[in-house]
Design a protein around this ligand. Structure first.
Ligand code: HEC
Length: 182
């Protein structure tokens, strides 16, 4: 290949890259507020955060996911900006008033009830009162059909806020322990 051709090819490649660079859309605000953070497409195929979290108290089984950015975090570190975590809430199958258990002693997963999302980014989540700030995390909630739910996000914030030492993640320690063991 001649030098001229190489240069032409490089120019095409560089131009091509600028053409496909992502542009923010109206549905994905640059600085999402609570309720505006989208469910990441294909999150189910991404890294697992924790699987089959048993919540007999809430009559639920929960599946937790984290995106690739978050999964690169080392134990003891906060998650970097760009981290998104998704938690699926499944109703536990009931035998009358008591949740059913399978042969493995675990609750039996029923229908998907809700999808909760937490994500952090530069300058996000600062428009709330100080006592409800969760660092730069924002919260969102969706129904099983993917429609946004009008949750009271102050509740999410109030229950996660005390966990500043664990970057506001309730199962921070458990995640790193199980990830090391995997
Ligand atoms: C009463 C406390 C409480 C409230 C309110 C709450 N959470 Fe959580 N959240 C938890 C706990 C505890 C976990 C860990 C998983 C488990 O045990 O079910 C969790 C886990 C999560 C996770 C997975 C990442 C992590 O922290 O481990 C996401 C995402 C999440 N919550 C989002 C939300 C959203 C969005 C709301 C509001 C719609 C909300 N939470 C409200 C207690 C709460």
């Amino acid at each position: 290949m001649t030098k001229q051709w190489m240069l032409a090819l490089c120019a095409v490649l560089v131009w091509g890259c600028t053409e496909v660079s992502p542009t923010p859309t109206a549905s994905a605000p640059a600085k999402p507020k609570d309720g505006e953070l989208a469910v990441p497409t294909g999150y189910q195929n991404g890294p697992t955060f924790l699987s089959e979290v048993q919540r007999p108290d809430a009559k639920q089984v929960r599946e937790l996911f984290i995106n690739a950015v978050g999964a690169r975090t080392n134990a003891g570190q906060p998650f970097p900006n760009g981290t998104v975590m998704v938690m699926e809430l499944y109703t536990a199958k009931m035998a009358g008033e008591t949740p059913e258990t399978g042969a493995d002693g675990k609750l039996v997963k029923g229908d998907l009830a809700k999808i909760l999302v937490m994500g952090k980014g530069e300058g996000w989540g600062q428009e709330v009162p100080d006592n409800l700030k969760n660092g730069q995390w924002v919260f969102a909630a969706y129904g099983p059909d993917g429609n946004a739910l009008a949750e009271d996000f102050t509740k999410c914030r109030a229950c996660h806020a005390p966990l500043a030492q664990k970057d506001f993640g309730h199962r921070y320690d458990e995640y790193f322990e199980k990830r090391t063991a995997r």
